[in-house]
Ligand binder design. Structure first.
Ligand code: HAM
Length: 430
């Protein structure tokens, strides 16, 4: 029985009483993205495994240890571990780079990574992300960082630190990799088996390893920022000027390497201390080589993604406001078949006008119906019986104040209810 009544670890349900928190984050993020001129894109949940191996990189933890890969009839597919690879695939496949540049898209989607589940780290999690293709200018980096910052501000989050770094381009990385290999060589045998193989192929990945031993060995490793070529240095300096002018506070963290291989030049993370160890709520950066690597014309690009679970956890911890869930406007109770039919028709008319209205579909007695109206937090209630039908009027009760108003059940009902409802809303706003 347990197998069908227990969800898989690392996965979460969002129950109805919590869903307004998700709706808050998703609507704020989408609104900000649209203000910045980004349009929504929707992509498939799984892609050919090769897409992630080629873009995220074969020496990353994501590809080596964390992908959920399923066997189709003839080939392997992978549940997306992130949104960038699939989005860029879709941008290329649908010819979106032939439209006006920069091409700017955003997405809200689920991702899957087989990591050790803990608070803020799940097997299935959700990202709001944005990608911009076509601009090599540091102005675009500033624009992306500013947009992520706006989402964080609009959600009401406080004390989120922005850390930035530059991890250079293939040109300046060659020299840096040489230095890194020299640094790790004496301790090569102590590195975890994965990092031993990374030493030759991609030594910067060792700096991102989750093993405590590799972290300790790498703690004084040379830093990429000290080996930047003139172009990368200039790019980073100009970005800092933009951020200073825009009043966006940041600190330079030369230890950020990011866990995905496609990054070049600027990388950044927004970090909170409110939710424990998994405090990175947003990560992103430039990936100027990815589009070409995926078979497109060389096109600079960049983006970021935020973890929605982590954003919501931080909002809860910090007492941020969520959009209130919409409650019932009116419950129409009834006694007897004829009154039930009248209740059904009034409720239908109210709903057609946009009100949240409910009636008894359980065949309950009046007392139980009123208990239900209370439980669902209905703003108004009304009970119909033979007398009300005969007289053509009923008592509309304000459930908070207890005040009762007589209301006709004829064609004036909706307009009269609308006036009383609006007056009540205005009074509660005062
Ligand atoms: P990422 O840093 O791997 O970057 O993930 C972005 C965000 O997703 C993280 O900062 C975190 O908030 C959330 N996240 C990651 N893994 C988990 C997990 N297992 N459980 C819960 N939340 C998680 C990317 O995915 C890049 N595609 C971002 C990007 C877009 N770069 C350029 N464009």
């Amino acid at each position: 029985m347990e197998l069908i009544t227990t969800r898989i670890k690392g996965m979460e349900d969002v129950v109805p009483s919590e869903v307004h928190k998700w709706q808050t984050v998703e609507s704020v993020a989408a609104d900000v993205a649209e203000n910045y001129g980004f349009r929504e894109i929707r992509i498939p949940t799984f892609e050919n495994t090769e897409l992630f191996v080629r873009s995220v990189g074969e020496t990353t933890d994501v590809v080596q240890k964390e992908m959920f890969t399923v066997m189709g009839r003839e080939s392997k597919f992978t549940l997306r571990p992130e949104g960038t690879a699939g989005t860029i695939r879709a941008v290329l496949q649908n010819g979106l780079l032939n439209e006006a540049l920069p091409q700017k898209v955003f997405y809200i989607l689920s991702c899957f990574r087989h990591e050790k589940p803990q608070a803020g780290r799940l097997w299935e999690f959700h990202q709001f992300g944005a990608e911009m293709a076509g601009s090599a200018s540091p102005a675009a980096d500033a624009e992306m960082i500013s947009m992520a910052n706006s989402v964080i501000e609009k959600l009401g989050l406080k004390d989120i630190e922005l850390h930035i770094n530059s991890i250079g381009c293939p040109h300046c990385r060659a020299e840096y990799y040489k230095k890194l290999r020299e640094f790790f060589e004496p301790n090569k045998d102590k590195l975890c088996p994965t990092c031993q193989s990374r030493l030759e192929k991609n030594p910067m990945r060792i700096l991102d390893c989750k093993s405590e031993i590799c972290k300790e060995i790498g703690k004084d490793a040379p830093l990429m920022i000290d080996y930047l070529c003139d172009e990368c240095k200039e790019h980073f300096e100009t970005l800092k000027k933009y951020l200073d002018e825009m009043g966006i506070k940041y600190s330079i963290d030369p230890k950020i390497v990011r866990g995905l291989d496609y990054y070049t030049k600027t990388v950044f993370e927004f970090i909170t201390t409110s939710i424990g160890a998994q405090g990175t709520v947003c990560g992103g950066g430039r990936y100027d080589g990815l589009i070409e690597e995926m078979g497109g014309n060389p096109t600079p690009a960049l983006g970021f993604a935020m973890g929605l679970e982590r954003l919501i956890m931080t909002m809860e911890k910090q007492g941020c406001e969520f959009i209130s869930p919409r409650e019932c406007d009116i419950y129409i109770g009834s006694m007897g078949d004829a009154a039930g039919i009248k209740a059904a028709s009034l409720v239908k008319a109210l709903r057609d006008e946009g009100y949240r209205a409910e009636w008894d579909v359980m065949g309950r007695g009046v007392k139980a119906q009123m208990k239900y109206a209370n439980k669902i937090g209905s703003a108004f209630s009304m009970i119909l019986g033979d007398n009300e039908l005969a007289e053509g009027k009923a008592k509309l009760k304000n459930m908070k104040s207890g005040e009762e108003t007589e209301i006709a059940l004829d064609s004036s009902f909706i307009d009269n209810f609308a006036n009383i409802h609006t007056a009540d809303m205005l009074a509660s706003e005062l």
